[in-house]
Design a protein around this ligand. Structure first.
Ligand SMILES: [Zn+2]
Length: 281
């Protein structure tokens, strides 16, 4: 494993740019587990668990809440906890150290905005399934998204028993109908602008030394992993690095230019960061 870390570090050090792909394995490493009924979920949503039978965050995100006050009660509590109160974690600090001053782009299905909150440039992030800090018309009567982070903080401060005051419930400025968080639900407005920026980035580094760094993406992932593997196959100078615990999959056609790091994401990024800092071990 240590030899592999050294090899990957050399690839990154010699790269013209790094394309980061990240999925829920990174969120879990940061302590955000969308599927788990764990201690953190109990502390944050224990009352909603007992009232509605809520089993995990993901279920709450997709739920049809009885009222808008309850819908925004759930969302504002979630956003306040994981975005408003968010402090950069060691794993994100290490990732920033590893990238250093290289040009980069982030493709992620994670909606919690931790890349932005850690100082990654918003114009270099493509959130494939939207994000938690913007909202849109639930009927998609028009294609604009609106930031609501400040509103979320106001809602979270005023929320009682899972409900926000009716006066804080947002309405669509165009049709007056309900709003929803800009995530991949029904009527989702696709992230076309950031997708175009990703395409421009790939064009800029076509034929160059591009390192594709995949963080916590399950081996079956079609949304991000499959396109990244195709990109690795198509780009002659590309290197493909996948970091995941117990789930490393590298197809034969790109094996020569790839490296799989099977282990704890936080530990591996920490060791890569140490390589940059010129330390060993
Ligand atoms: Zn509308």
């Amino acid at each position: 494993m240590y030899e592999d870390i050294k090899k990957v570090w050399k690839w990154i050090d010699g790269a013209d740019a790094v394309l980061i792909g990240a999925s829920n394995g990174l969120s879990i490493t940061e302590g955000l587990h969308l599927f788990a009924d764990n201690q953190v979920f109990e502390e944050l949503f224990g009352d909603l668990k007992r009232k509605y039978g809520l089993r995990c965050i993901l279920q709450g995100m997709g739920a049809r809440w009885p009222t808008e006050e309850e819908k925004w009660g759930f969302w504002s509590r979630l956003v306040h906890h994981y975005c408003g109160k968010y402090q950069e974690t060691q794993v994100m600090s290490d990732l920033k150290t590893v990238i250093g001053d290289k040009d980069y782009f982030v493709v992620t299905s994670n909606g919690e905005c931790h890349f932005e909150l850690c100082g990654f440039a918003p114009e270099k992030i493509y959130e494939v399934e939207g994000n938690w800090l913007t909202m849109q018309c639930a009927a998609r009567c028009h294609d604009r998204v609106y930031p609501w982070g400040e509103l979320a903080e106001n809602m979270a401060a005023a929320e009682q028993g899972g409900r926000v005051p009716s006066g804080l419930v947002p309405r669509c400025p165009a049709c007056g109908g309900p709003m929803q968080v800009h995530m991949e639900f029904e009527n989702f407005i696709p992230e076309t602008e950031s997708q175009e920026r990703l395409e421009a980035f790939l064009k800029q580094y076509h034929g160059k030394r591009l390192v594709i760094l995949e963080l916590g993406i399950g081996w079956r992932n079609q949304l991000i992993k499959a396109p990244l593997m195709r990109l690795a196959a198509a780009e002659p100078e590309a290197r493909y690095v996948t970091v995941n615990l117990g789930e490393i999959y590298i197809p034969g056609e790109i094996r020569e230019k790839s490296c799989g790091l099977d282990g704890d994401l936080a530990e591996i990024l920490h060791r890569l960061a140490k390589e940059r800092m010129g330390e060993t071990g």
